[in-house]
Design a protein around this ligand. Structure first.
Ligand code: NDP
Length: 510
């Protein structure tokens, strides 16, 4: 039988099927048994090899951002920003840097529907000559919290109730309406606005959200926010469309991305930055490190930098997307994190998540390798699944008499940057007293008013969700939205309470 196959035109001699130790398998579907119908033999390594590896196919899913899609492409510089940033990736107009972008939902498990009302992750890894740079962004310019210690609490409320194993409107709104957590209102408004369910990954923007610190080669530095604006235009699904799509094609966004790239319709985004000086930051009515605030366009106009194009589907989803490890701590010269506390916490927790999920040598997985730059640090070695030669016979510490060099390059030591002094204090950055954390939510409500029905959609979307919560929590939700706009709160209340009546008494509709 095997002889017949090797003679066939399609069968290749270099593709003999083997066990994982390379022994050719004669008959893959036969099992060794005692007689034709007796029990199996433990010595049947073809079977054991197969079953044992199957049991280990999965790696832990991300918590959160478990469900996602991705593609490769390039970033091309269109405008000179050397006065702002000295990174090599920006040093020439027309320069292209290969990149990988992964889009995701946040709360749902791997395999959940693409059309969830949820922020979307928008993470890009740039394979630059100075190392891998990860921009680990979202499709919203703000976030729910600014106390990083709240992150696990908040995410738990978006996931499942520990007893019912169901999504839980009480948990969801209890967290968000607790007075100290109402700083989330701005993000909640975006989440329940039309932009809360992007029609596809191609039809949404990406935002750094956090403030970063970029410097030029002279050592001048600015606070920076990045905006990645879709060239396909913003398109969204209504709550009703999203429910329908979740049933008819729960992977619609994955399919849309893959199919468009496959047929040559590569999606692109225009990348802009907003910049701010330290003096300007001191005069802001909010903290420059507050992740719940945007920088108004009129005061901090967008400045174009380049184009992000995704034109190459992965060959293998698991190897290149599931194992892709993005972390804001992966940065390059001239791009630094700011003191934004949520960003500071992410600098630790993202890389740590990958150490758990993939292993401490996750950076050796090809998709995560900084292949465009040269890596060399023989003090970081060993560990599980070390597969790159482990620096051979190099010493395992950085010895003084070796041939290494440490490159300061032309990077000036930035002693004049922010200086921090003070005692170690516990600081809980809860919602401010008064109205300051509601100002931008109110601005957004006015922005929504510029387009027909957007304010009504917001009320409708909140009402549908909150109608699943208990009466006490519903009251808290109406009161919270009343701080944005009393008509908004009233519209939510009216629709939610009528939905509650319908749910309690389904025949009342007749
Ligand atoms: P502008 O009038 O200059 O900008 C309003 C921005 O709102 C638009 O440029 C657009 O952002 C964004 N937008 C439009 N519709 C929606 C929606 N349904 N959901 C979320 N965002 C929407 O005003 P400001 O810069 O003073 O900002 C006013 C409000 O706009 C802010 O409070 C914030 O909520 C929102 N916004 C502001 C952004 C900023 O960086 N300044 C970014 C995104 C939203 P885009 O052009 O990025 O698509």
């Amino acid at each position: 039988m095997s002889e017949d196959k090797t003679n066939s035109a399609d069968v290749r001699n270099d593709r003999v099927v083997t066990t994982t130790n390379g022994m050719p398998i004669n008959e893959p579907f036969a099992t060794q048994r005692v007689g034709k119908h007796g029990p199996l033999l433990l010595q049947d390594y073809t079977l054991i090899d197969n079953l044992a590896h199957f049991n280990r196919e999965r790696i832990p899913e991300r918590n959160p951002h478990a469900h996602g899609s991705g593609a490769f492409g390039y970033f091309e510089v269109t405008d000179d920003i050397s006065d702002i940033c000295g990174s090599a990736m920006f040093n020439k107009i027309g320069k292209r840097t290969r990149c990988l972008t992964r889009f995701s939902t946040v709360g749902g498990e791997k395999g959940s529907a693409d059309s969830a009302r949820d922020p979307r992750g928008f993470a890009t890894k740039f394979y630059t000559e100075e190392g891998n740079l990860d921009w680990v962004y979202n499709n919203t310019p703000v976030f729910f919290i600014r106390d990083p210690s709240k992150f696990p609490h908040f995410i738990h409320t978006q996931k499942r109730n520990p007893q019912t194993n169901l999504k839980d409107a009480n948990m969801f709104w209890d967290f968000l309406t607790t007075p100290e957590n109402q700083v989330a209102i701005h993000q909640v408004m975006i989440l329940f606005s039309d932009r809360g369910i992007p029609a596809t990954y191609r039809n949404m923007n990406g935002y750094s959200g956090h403030t970063y610190k970029w410097s030029n080669k002279k050592g001048d530095w600015h606070y920076v926010q990045v905006h990645i604006i879709t060239d396909q235009g913003i398109k969204n699904l209504t709550a009703e469309e999203a429910t329908e799509v979740a049933g008819s094609n729960p992977d619609h966004a994955q399919q849309d991305l893959f199919d468009n790239i496959k047929k040559g319709n590569a999606p692109s985004w225009t990348v802009y930055i907003q910049t701010m000086t330290e003096d300007q930051a001191k005069r802001l009515p909010f903290s420059v490190f507050d992740l719940t605030k945007v920088w108004p366009h009129k005061d901090f106009p967008l400045r174009r930098v380049g184009k992000l194009v995704l034109n190459e589907n992965p060959e293998n989803y698991f190897a290149q997307i599931e194992q892709a490890a993005f972390a804001p701590s992966n940065t390059v010269p001239y791009q630094e994190a700011s003191a934004d506390p949520v960003l500071q916490a992410r600098l630790f927790s993202y890389a740590d998540a990958h150490r758990y999920r993939i292993g401490p040598n996750y950076h050796q997985v090809p998709v995560n390798c900084p292949y465009a730059s040269k890596t060399f640090n023989p003090a970081i070695r060993d560990g599980p699944m070390n597969v790159n030669g482990n620096f051979g016979n190099e010493s395992n510490y950085l010895a003084t008499d070796k041939t290494y060099q440490y490159i300061q390059k032309e990077r000036p030591i930035q002693e004049h940057q922010e200086t921090w002094t003070g005692p170690a204090v516990p600081f809980h950055w809860a919602t401010s007293a008064g109205d300051v954390d509601f100002v931008q939510a109110r601005n957004l409500f006015h922005v929504l008013g510029r387009t027909r029905n957007q304010q009504q959609h917001l009320a409708h979307n909140v009402a549908g969700h909150v109608s699943n919560a208990n009466p006490e929590i519903r009251k808290r939700v109406y009161a919270m939205f009343g701080r944005v706009d009393l008509r908004l709160s009233e519209s939510i209340r009216k629709e939610a309470e009528s939905l509650v009546v319908l749910k309690d008494n389904p025949t009342s509709k007749l």
